[in-house]
Design a protein around this ligand. Sequence first.
Ligand SMILES: *[C@@H]1O[C@H](CO)[C@@H](O)[C@H](O)[C@H]1NC(C)=O
Ligand SMILES: *[C@@H]1O[C@H](CO)[C@@H](O)[C@H](O)[C@H]1NC(C)=O
Ligand SMILES: *[C@@H]1O[C@H](CO)[C@@H](O)[C@H](O)[C@H]1NC(C)=O
Ligand SMILES: *[C@@H]1O[C@H](CO)[C@@H](O)[C@H](O)[C@H]1NC(C)=O
Length: 351
Amino acid sequence: AYPPMEAREGWKISFKKLLNVLLFSVIFSSFLIISLCPFGSLEPDAVPRGGRSLTILLWTWPFGSSFNFTECSELLGVPGCHCHFTTNRSRFCRADAVILHHRDVCGDRERLARLPRLPTQPWIWLNMESPSHSSNLSAMDNLFNLTMSYRRDSDIFVPYGELQLLGQPQPVTIPHKSKLVAWVVSNWQEESHRVRYYQELRKHIPVDVYGKNHTPLAQDKLLATISQYTFYLAFENSQHQDYITEKLWRNALSSGTIPVVLGPPRDNYERFLPPDSFIHVDDFGSAQELARFLFELAWDAERYRGYFQWRRWFQPVLGTGWAWRLCRACHFLHTTEPRYRPVSHLAAWFM
Ligand SMILES: *[C@@H]1O[C@H](CO)[C@@H](O)[C@H](O)[C@H]1NC(C)=O
Ligand SMILES: *[C@@H]1O[C@H](CO)[C@@H](O)[C@H](O)[C@H]1NC(C)=O
Ligand SMILES: *[C@@H]1O[C@H](CO)[C@@H](O)[C@H](O)[C@H]1NC(C)=O
Ligand SMILES: *[C@@H]1O[C@H](CO)[C@@H](O)[C@H](O)[C@H]1NC(C)=O
């Protein structure tokens, strides 16, 4: 009825073992906790690990134009978020990460694929253009480890702008309006959705068009000029998920007017903006109906003000500037545990 001696011995031995294992794991796990979180409870997404300066190689200046790098800890207001940026390729082997701008590398996949790369060095695909204006996307499959774009589901999300929650509600001030509808357009494509929509809209409401081949408008006069308008046509050059650019964030919102948007569907805009902060062309059956609505709204001061009420709590901030974007990458690399995966279907994802 008793267990044989051997079995009892075995049980004794494994009890000893178990004690050892327990003791070891208590010591080891506290060591782990201490070494991973040297300052107690860290918020993993906010505080840079260690504060070591990371070297980030920018493979080319985006579109070939240089700019000044900034100190990310200052720009982001995050102490310890230090990165040393360089475009000097002799740093390639020692760089903690490499950022490659799509337009400047998409013509030569072979050359990139041949580079001897460190297995631990993530390559970051950077692109702010929409799929319609990104050639050779499929040539970029299986080269990168992280994505960086205006798409919200990028590893490193770099939007053209975003809303910032104010600490205190602010009184709303609306710039004085003396004109009706403005549009600034530089890339005029006769067959594009936005130009065809404009051609229809102008039959029913006057639209002042600025930009190349239209009324010239200097950059430093842009916001002051647009702010006089009751509405601004924030028409994107192509329609893609999350592709909402400075046409909305700067031209329309920073100038203090109401954007009339043409881009992705309304529910996509509503992931970035309150529903009553913009007018969507899809809300109307035709350009004529939209025009009628704009006339009504322009004459209804109370209803017009309704489109500004969100500004009591939020302010639009611009995400433009390459230096700022690079700092978002710096922050990501500092704060996110490496979980790099080869981006195998970049084209399929981005399209
Ligand atoms: C970069 O900084 C230098 C010195 O502060 C300044 O003269 C130059 O205009 C800046 N360049 C750009 C592109 O902002
Ligand atoms: C690039 O880095 C190398 C090695 O660090 C250095 O010798 C070289 O002068 C640098 N080139 C430029 C243009 O700064
Ligand atoms: C696309 O890639 C091919 C082959 O690498 C290249 O010949 C072509 O110039 C590239 N197109 C663009 C627009 O870069
Ligand atoms: C990055 O992606 C490349 C190409 O897909 C792959 O060979 C490499 O192992 C990946 N590196 C990391 C750190 O995940």
